[in-house]
Each structure stands twice: as C-alpha cells, then as structure tokens.
Design a protein around this ligand. Structure first.
Ligand SMILES: NC(=O)c1ccc[n+]([C@@H]2O[C@H](COP(=O)([O-])OP(=O)(O)OC[C@H]3O[C@@H](n4cnc5c(N)ncnc54)[C@H](OP(=O)(O)O)[C@@H]3O)[C@@H](O)[C@H]2O)c1
Length: 312
C-alpha cells in the first residue's frame, strides 16, 4: 500500500535555505524564541501553507511566481517560521523529499481518512504511518481531516504500536468553527495532540479584500459568491477590531486561531502577504474581542464547505 497518495507533510526541520536569503531582515515581528511544542518538535506558533505554490486551478499559480515564492519562503525562515505545510499532491504531485532536499520530514500526516469511501484501506494507511515513523522517515506523525470518532480510533491504534499521534490538522477559522472542530480540539487537548488550523483565512474571504462585487477568478469565485453576501457582520467585526488595534483583518483572523489554541498555517502568495501575516504574532486578542468575533461569525448564514473527506 502506497502511503504517498494521501500523505500531508509538515516540514519543521532541516529546511534548506541554500538559496539567497531575503535581501533584508524585518525587525523581529514576534519573540522568535517563543516556539510551541508539537510532539518532539518545537515549532513557530504559526506556519505557512504552500497549497498555492504550484496549484493553477484554484490558486492561479504560474511558474513565473517561483522567484517570489522562494523569497517568501526565505523571508519566513529568516523571521523564525519553521513550519511549512505541503503535500505530495500539491504542485500537481511534484512535492517529494528530493524536491524539498531533505532526508526526513518533520511530521508525516495522513492527508485524509479513507473511512468515507474505502474503509478497508484505512488500516493499511495507518500501518504505513507506523512504518514511516519506525524507519525514521518522519520525526512524528499526524492526521488531517479526521473527525472526533476517527481521531480517537487512530490515536489508540498508533499508541498500541508505540507511535504517538502528534498533530491533527483540520479546517479551522471564524468561518469553520462548528461542533466537530470544538470536539476535535477538546479531544486533542486531553491527549496532548496539537491542532493545526488550515484555511485560517477562509481561502482569503476573511482578509476583507473580496466582496460580492470583487470576487477572485476560478472556482474560489463561485464559492465566495455563495458565502460573501451573508458575511457583513463578521467582516465588520474583524474590521472594527483591526482598526482599533492598528492591525489588519487578516492578522485578527489568524490571531483568533492562535487564541483558540491552534497553530494556523495561512497560505501566502507574496512577500507582502507573508509580512502582513507575520504581524499576527506577538500579541493576543482579548476575551471580549474573541466573543465579539464568534458572535459575529454565528450571525453569518453560511459557513465554509467542509472537505468531502472529513470524517466524523
Ligand atoms: N489538509 C488539508 O486537507 C488542507 C486543505 C486546505 C488547505 N490546507 C493547508 O492550509 C494552508 C492554508 O489554507 P489555504 O491556503 O487553503 O487558505 P487560507 O490560508 O485561508 O487563504 C490563503 C489565501 O488568502 C490570500 N491571503 C493570504 N494572506 C493574505 C493577506 N495578508 N492579505 C490578503 N490576502 C491574503 C491568498 O490568496 P489570494 O491572494 O489569491 O486571495 C492566500 O493564498 C494551505 O496552503 C495548505 O497548506 C490543507
């Protein structure tokens, strides 16, 4: 059984930055010694997602963006970020140890469970995860898109084989904070598993730059068209808090994820976005602000659609 078909990779060490660094270093935007424990690893409280770094259909990637993306990566590393989320399916299946020029992956995560469509394959995948860990190909293992029930099952299975489950990656944002997310978070807290929040900006909707009359091209535009018309209460709250705090809406949306005890991995496509998102670190929203944002999110009639492979 090949594990690679649904392996989501988080590199948190041995990152190759042999290419030239970003030409100048920003003044430290956050106390970079304040790393977070994730299993055996010590990671930045926010990572960066790389889905857009190679995906044409959803994200409009072009090869001409590569130099800029390299600069984004170098700048992030220079500024203390040591968590990058990638997958073998990203870059149209081009991600690999060779391309990443590393010998060991920080956290090898199952991208999703097969429980919804091929449950008989599930145990083979779990065994693959154990094998990767035992062979030292990964420093730690995790899952993604696992719901509360399936998460408990794999946790116990791995534990019996002496493999600690270190992370659970799930769609988690002000637009995706249903009962499942809360249950997953509480299970993870009780078992010492870190929650990694993917799509913390709702694919860009929470940045405030899109509106029903200003939609992105491609499939994202179709999705945003459904959701954005009901999003005024949430976007207004984000804007109000951002203005009061002299932050941006993206920074507030990402900081909310951090305050909820998760490690967000926003996707970034430019130095400007990366620099802005780094400004989500080093401060915290107040409990009143968190409540205001969550109340506003509940006023929004539509949420993000969930990944079709997300299990219960
Ligand atoms: N395990 C899974 O199944 C799964 C699923 C989805 C995602 N992920 C991971 O999670 C990562 C993050 O999620 P995501 O990329 O789906 O969505 P996201 O982080 O919610 O949104 C990222 C997009 O928002 C826009 N953006 C980001 N920062 C911005 C800023 N400061 N100002 C303005 N626009 C900004 C950019 O796109 P535009 O400039 O084009 O608007 C960017 O690509 C992915 O890259 C991937 O690594 C995992």
């Amino acid at each position: 059984m090949a594990l690679s078909a649904c392996c989501n990779i988080v590199c948190s060490s041995n990152i190759n930055t042999s290419l030239p660094s970003f030409p100048f270093k920003f003044p430290s935007l956050w106390p970079t010694n304040q790393k977070v424990k994730m299993g055996p690893l010590s990671v930045s409280p926010m990572g960066f997602g790389t889905w857009a770094w190679g995906n044409q259909l959803l994200w409009g990637y072009q090869e001409s963006m590569d130099d800029d993306l390299q600069q984004v990566f170098n700048m992030a590393v220079d500024n203390g970020v040591n968590l990058f989320d990638t997958a073998d399916s990203y870059g149209t299946g081009r991600a690999s140890l060779d391309r990443m020029q590393i010998e060991q992956i920080g956290i090898g995560q199952l991208h999703w469970s097969t429980a919804n469509y091929a449950p008989f394959q599930e145990l083979a995948l779990w065994d693959g995860l154990v094998a990767m860990y035992d062979k030292g190909l990964v420093q730690a293992v995790g899952v993604s898109n696992y719901g509360p029930k399936q998460l408990l099952k794999i946790h116990d299975y791995l534990k019996d084989r002496g493999v600690p489950l270190c992370s659970a990656q799930v769609q988690f944002s002000l637009l995706s904070m249903g009962e499942d997310q809360l249950e997953i978070k509480s299970i993870c807290d009780s078992l010492g598993i870190r929650v990694i929040a993917y799509s913390p900006l709702g694919l860009g909707m929470l940045t405030g730059k899109y509106s029903p009359s200003k939609l992105p091209t491609g499939p994202r535009g179709l999705l945003f068209k459904q959701i954005l018309p009901g999003l005024d209460p949430l976007l207004s709250s984000l804007r109000e808090i951002a203005n009061k705090r002299r932050k941006t809406m993206s920074q507030v949306a990402i900081n909310w994820c951090i305050c909820k005890g998760t490690i967000p991995i926003p996707g970034v496509k430019s130095i400007t976005q990366a620099e802005e998102n780094l400004g989500a670190l080093g401060w915290r929203l107040s409990s009143d602000e968190l409540l205001q944002l969550e109340y506003a999110a509940q006023q929004s009639p539509r949420r993000m659609i969930q990944n079709i492979f997300q299990t219960r």
